[in-house]
Design a protein around this ligand. Structure first.
Ligand code: P1T
Length: 381
């Protein structure tokens, strides 16, 4: 089955008792057993849950692997990966990451003796040199949040595997419609399903997808032992969102490309970051490892901070809010919003300037979105 068909059907069967075409939302915490240990595969909803099981099968099929695990949030999924490690282990990560991921590393796990360091990820030799004898994970975010950097999953996976290091890819920005990291050599894919997979800004969730059974079993152990699982209605909402993922992603990509091109030729725009622009340093690589360039565009306006603040107050369709990946267009100021938990000097080193604006381009009519940006540019002069 091809992607759009898998999105709608993989792992999903009509309900055997009623024929319901939509996956039932089983609002139950426990399951009656015939005799101790004799049951229908479900004992307790933290361990396994029938609505969640359908979502997990569907997510795995989208990433082209055997195993999926669903979580209460993207960060809960990330946290579960870090549960695999021991005090003294080192994680090497690409430096431009969602601020909450950085916070989970430095403010939560560092105090339990995990060590983190960061590289740009542009050069496989740089990554090879940065691996240490205690490195256990290489953590990649591509396209990255918020700078839309692209790193080579295949090349970096080869470098990591030379040293027995597992490769994690945060595939939230791309979605499996545009990029399937495990096919490129990665070991674990992590998603914030809050974003494009859910697609409608109405649910918070996370997921892990893996090919290797032994890694899956360890992650499944921690999913149950730690317990950050999603509720049944959340699972239903993500499943429903995924049904239109292929359609939505095509429109996100088309709209984002048009907006990036419009911004790139605008005399009042200093910089546009979008992997679909031929001027983007990762354009050729993105073309090889992705099936489209995604719906996220970042920009810096001429005129400094005051201009940026005026612009962010002047848009009408683009709403100022955290998060991304919904059908509606959103705008965010990473320095004070999504990436505020990264110290200012670290943000400056990575290249997240205080004037950077991040757009999550929705699937509205592209003409309306461009007109909205145009009127906000005029109003903010
Ligand atoms: O918010 P949550 O579902 O816990 O997912 C965390 C997360 C993980 N990975 C990436 C790449 C993300 O962008 C996020 C969440 N990001 C935002 C809320 C944001 O506005 O960037």
């Amino acid at each position: 089955m091809r992607f759009a068909t898998r999105a709608i059907h993989a792992g999903i069967e009509p309900d055997p008792t009623t024929g319901a075409i939509m996956t039932p939302v089983y609002l139950t915490s426990t399951y009656v057993q015939e005799a101790p240990g004799k049951h229908k595969g479900y004992e307790y909803s933290r361990s396994d849950h029938p609505t969640r099981a359908v979502l997990e099968r569907n997510l795995a099929a989208l990433e082209g692997v055997e195993y999926g695990l669903a979580f209460a949030s993207g960060l809960a999924a990330e946290n579960t990966i870090l549960n695999l490690l021991q005090a003294g282990d080192h994680v090497l990560a690409t430096q431009d990451l969602y601020g909450g991921t950085y916070r989970l590393f430095q403010r939560v796990w560092a105090k339990f003796g995990l060590e983190f360091s960061f590289v740009s990820g542009e050069d496989p030799d740089e990554v090879r040199r940065a691996l240490k004898s205690n490195t256990k994970l290489l953590w990649i975010e591509t396209p990255s949040n918020p700078l839309l950097n692209i790193v080579g999953i295949r090349a970096l996976s080869e470098v990591a595997h030379e040293r027995g290091v597992l490769v994690v890819v945060d595939n939230t920005f791309a979605t499996p419609y545009l990029q399937r990291p495990i096919e490129l050599g990665a070991d674990i894919v992590v998603h914030s399903t809050t974003k494009y997979l859910g697609g409608h800004s109405d649910v918070v969730g996370g997921a892990l997808c893996v090919k290797d059974r032994a890694i899956y079993e360890q992650l499944k152990f921690y999913q149950n032992a730690v317990g950050a699982v999603p509720g049944p209605l959340d699972c239903f909402l993500v499943l429903r969102g995924i049904k239109t993922l292929a359609l939505r992603m095509r429109q996100h990509c088309e709209n984002a490309q048009r907006i990036a091109e419009y911004l790139a030729q605008h005399p009042e725009v200093e910089r546009v970051l979008y992997p679909g622009l031929p001027t983007h340093p990762g354009h050729a690589l993105a073309k090889r490892q992705m099936d489209g360039f995604g719906g996220m565009v970042s920009l810096v306006l001429k005129g400094g901070m005051e201009r940026a603040l005026r612009f962010m107050r002047a848009t009408r369709i683009f709403k100022l809010a955290e998060s991304l990946g919904g059908v509606e267009s959103l705008m965010c100021h990473p320095a004070t919003m999504t990436h505020a938990s990264i110290p200012p000097e670290e943000r400056a080193r990575i290249g997240i300037s205080d004037t950077l604006i991040r757009l999550s381009v929705g699937i509205e009519d592209a003409e309306d979105l461009i007109e909205d940006i145009e009127q906000a540019l005029q109003a903010s002069r």
